[in-house]
Design a protein around this ligand. Structure first.
Ligand SMILES: *Cc1c(COP(=O)(O)O)cnc(C)c1O
Length: 388
């Protein structure tokens, strides 16, 4: 590979094993509702350490079915983070529930438990924490809050397969309803796909029915005993997933390796990991693991120094063939949410400030030390010339 070749933002690791299992499915002629989906479900549940996992067509579909299992709907408020991918709030709107945003912790970028507590009111039915950028949300505190106020919890673990929370429990395996996603840029991919981790066998059965047009498992094809959707995962997707799970730990280790390379290279540019009491005005790197918490590396987001012109930085990196993206914008400031709920900006100052400064750099398991160095050097040059 020549040094001048472009560096993409993300790139899935797909190999011979994925090809072999997809070919097997193609040759079997059974493309949906077959044995590979079940095999994927069993393999995922086992890898996670949960009793069961329901495969669906996307992470968003998993979230939607999770919201339905908690019975959240019209008149219910659910406290969640504005600093997330839009699906974690959209899934509430699908069922007529209202997202109530609470600000984030400036170090972990996850829902701040104190802000969440302050946002709980009479109509609050639940909490929807997101393990953003693969860092575990404060589940011990949020669990206490939920128990004290009788709230349900739906965990959006779409960015966090393999993360571990402060109690040492793998994210998604605490016994809450939890969702994972397998879009092509995620740690594990099926192209498109998702999983809902159910709390009971009954809940799993209902989710399996709802993903398949409401058909009960023992019914004929055209009998449907409840409202359902087409949220089925194909056998082709499941085959890719089985192959990915066989080397999940290695894929996660590769990502952690790249993150360590970035931390070192960007540290030399003055980048500082986010930490309580750290100077957060300069170049800020993702926080380090605290206590028993373990991040599952999903992306490599930095906060640019205050006053840096992010668009100019992105343009300078693009000139050098390096992809970078403003990531993430706040959900409450998206047009649909602004109009529907009258958000103006300024309500969630931590999330808004982080959103304005954060930039995702190229990040994928096969990234080389040389590529990380190229990105870091280009970022240094871009920052030097980007002051507004
Ligand atoms: C990827 C993702 C989802 C779900 O995405 P799909 O594209 O529907 O699979 C949900 N929430 C978060 C935080 C995500 O990153």
């Amino acid at each position: 590979m020549s040094g001048a070749e472009g560096i993409p933002l993300a790139k899935p690791e797909l190999g011979e094993r994925e090809e072999e299992l997809v070919l097997e499915v193609l040759r079997s002629g059974r493309l949906s509702l077959g044995p590979v989906q079940e095999r994927f479900e069993r393999a995922f549940a086992e890898w996670l350490g949960a009793p069961d996992a329901v495969a669906v067509s996307s992470g968003t579909a998993a979230l939607h079915l999770g919201v339905r299992r908690l019975g959240w709907g019209e008149g219910d408020e659910v406290v969640t983070t504005p600093f997330s991918f839009v699906a974690s709030a959209n899934c509430l709107l699908y069922e007529g529930a209202t997202p109530v945003f609470a600000d984030i912790d400036p170090v972990t970028l996850n829902l701040d438990p104190a802000a969440a507590r302050a946002a709980v009111g009479e109509r609050t039915a639940g909490l929807l924490p997101v393990h953003i950028f693969g860092y575990p949300a404060a589940l011990p505190e949020l669990t206490d809050l939920a128990e004290a106020r009788g709230l349900g919890i739906l965990e959006d673990a779409c960015q966090a397969p393999g993360a571990v929370d402060a109690d040492g429990v793998p994210v998604g395996a605490r016994g809450n309803l939890a969702c994972f996603a397998f879009y092509a840029n995620k740690q594990l991919t099926t192209g498109e796909g998702g999983v809902l981790v159910p709390r009971s066998a009954d809940e799993a059965a209902i989710a399996r029915s709802e993903r398949n047009q409401g058909r009960a498992l023992d019914m004929d094809w055209l009998d449907h005993d409840r409202l359902g959707f087409n949220y089925r995962m194909t056998e082709l997707q499941a085959a890719i997933g089985v192959a990915q799970l066989e080397r999940a730990d290695e894929l996660l280790a590769q990502r952690a390796r790249v993150a360590a390379l970035y931390a070192e290279a960007l540290g030399e540019l003055g980048g500082v990991p986010a930490a309580p009491g750290a100077d957060l005005d300069g170049l800020v790197l993702p926080c380090a693991n605290r206590g028993r918490e373990r991040r599952s590396w999903f992306v490599y987001p930095v906060r640019l120094p205050l006053g840096a012109d992010r668009d100019a930085v992105i343009a300078t990196l693009a000139e050098r063939g390096i992809a970078a993206k403003a990531y993430l914008p706040c959900i409450h400031l998206m047009p649909h949410y602004r109009e529907r709920f009258n958000f103006r900006g300024g309500e969630f100052p931590v999330a808004e400030e982080v959103a304005e400064r954060s930039l995702a750099l190229p990040f994928f398991p096969a990234m080389t030390e040389e590529q990380v160095a190229r990105v870091s050097e280009a970022l240094a040059e871009a920052l030097a010339g980007s002051w507004t």
